[in-house]
Design a protein around this ligand. Structure first.
Ligand SMILES: Cc1cc2nc3c(=O)[nH]c(=O)nc-3n(C[C@H](O)[C@H](O)[C@H](O)COP(=O)(O)OP(=O)(O)OC[C@H]3O[C@@H](n4cnc5c(N)ncnc54)[C@H](O)[C@@H]3O)c2cc1C
Length: 382
């Protein structure tokens, strides 16, 4: 196919990775981002080996790994007494899967992606909120129309592009998360050297290092009703955590005590039901959370988005027409993404069950044991 003009709605991790992959394959890519500037929220992100293979495909894996932290192991601990229920080895990921397991600050990854996209000639437009899609034409909030041959909706869980497929808004999953990135001082140094999580009935607390171990990403999950908004602007007070995590282990109390007074944000977890298809009019397709927004309980949402990105570029590149390329993309990705979406939900129940004691005795069913790390977006048939 002649190299087509691709408009990507959404300059998040999925959209930018897709733009870089498309540019690498000779396509002309434009990214439209609603925010006034390209940037990411102040939180951590796990890039499992299957995600890092996307950055190997783009010759960016070293840069991403160097900006992150590669853990040797993780531990899963009992909510109340801190007893170690399981240890997960992570130091051998490069040998087993051919790619590292990386913790990274989202803003650091995003900055690397923006620099690389610019270097490869991707057109990046901020303050470019898309309000409607007409064929492969994106209509912006100021009335401008951006014409292209292909339009990719990478605009997140609340995707405007997805409305053309499914008018339903995302659903609130019943899970909420409080998130903070805290400076590592005192006792936290020991805690962050052992990344992992405390699990308990209907709650879970995750910790891991970012920025060379100088900062610790913390996420406090609970099931709760009362707010359904996600967004980095919803401030929370530390006292909310005190109430929800009363009686949890001393390490969790130390994490709560370390949260800066003005640095805690709360986030309702919204997700999507799987769609039967991601293509419209042979010219429009969905990618990332817009296609398969999922709960974060396998740490695979962004991983799925960047896998989509590489497979999309490969499928288009290998095809004689746009319609064929999009079909091959969907055929290669739909089943895997849907499986991960459903398993992510199931993992919430496994990790936050009433009988925490039983967790260490049961067969492990997580992203690693499910075989998700083996997937290789560089070689999977398209
Ligand atoms: C608490 C939590 C922890 C998580 N941890 C992990 C993890 O460790 N590992 C992992 O792999 N995943 C994780 N995820 C999931 C991951 O964050 C998402 O799956 C990932 O960010 C999806 O990327 P995306 O590019 O598809 O969407 P987004 O990151 O949502 O990006 C969408 C972009 O589109 C823009 N946009 C929206 N609407 C418009 C519009 N109308 N016009 C133009 N632009 C628009 C937005 O501003 C944004 O920049 C986590 C999620 C949560 C909530």
């Amino acid at each position: 196919m002649d190299k087509a003009r691709v408009t990507i709605v959404g300059g998040g991790i999925g959209g930018l990775t897709a733009a870089i992959a498309l540019a690498q394959n000779g396509f002309s890519a434009t990214v439209l981002e609603v925010a006034p500037a390209f940037g990411e929220v102040g939180a951590g992100l796990t890039l499992a080996p299957n995600a890092m293979k996307a950055y190997l495909a783009l010759d960016m894996a070293d840069a991403v790994a160097q900006a992150g932290v590669e853990p040797a192991r993780q531990r899963i601990q009992h909510w109340e007494d801190g007893r170690v229920l399981r240890v997960l080895e992570r130091g051998d990921m490069r040998q087993i899967y051919g790619a590292p397991y990386v913790y990274i600050h989202r803003a650091d990854l995003h900055a690397i992606l923006v620099t690389e996209a610019r270097r490869r000639g991707v057109r990046l437009e901020s303050d470019a909120g898309v309000v409607a899609v007409e064929g492969a034409c994106a209509v912006l909030h100021d009335g401008r129309r951006i014409e292209g041959d292909i339009l990719i909706g990478a605009d997140g869980v609340k995707s405007v592009v997805r409305r053309a497929f499914d008018p339903a808004p995302p659903h609130f999953t019943g899970h909420v998360a409080w998130r903070a990135v805290v400076p590592v001082t005192g006792d936290l140094a020991d805690l962050v050297s052992w990344p992992g999580m405390h699990i308990g009935p209907r709650r879970m607390v995750v910790r891991y290092p970012v920025r060379g171990g100088t900062m610790m990403n913390t996420v406090f999950f609970a099931r709760q009703s009362g707010w359904t908004e996600d967004g980095w602007s919803i401030r929370a007070d530390r006292s909310e955590l005190d109430g929800v995590f009363t009686g949890w282990a001393p390490e969790v109390q130390a994490m709560i005590a370390a949260v800066p007074a003005d640095g805690l944000y709360k986030w309702a977890i919204n997700a999507r039901q799987p769609l039967p298809g991601w293509i419209l009019d042979d010219r429009v397709a969905l990618l990332g959370d817009a296609a398969h927004g999922m709960t974060p309980f396998l740490g695979q949402g962004a991983a799925c988005a960047v896998e989509d990105a590489i497979v999309l570029a490969r499928a288009l590149s290998a095809s004689a027409s746009v319609a064929e390329g999009l079909k091959r993309y969907e055929a290669a990705r739909l089943e895997r993404a849907t499986f991960i979406q459903l398993e992510s939900n199931a993992n919430a129940d496994r990790m936050q069950a009433d009988e925490t004691e039983l967790f260490g005795l049961q067969a492990l069913r997580n992203e690693d044991s499910l075989g998700l790390f083996h997937y290789d977006c560089r070689t999977v048939p398209v």
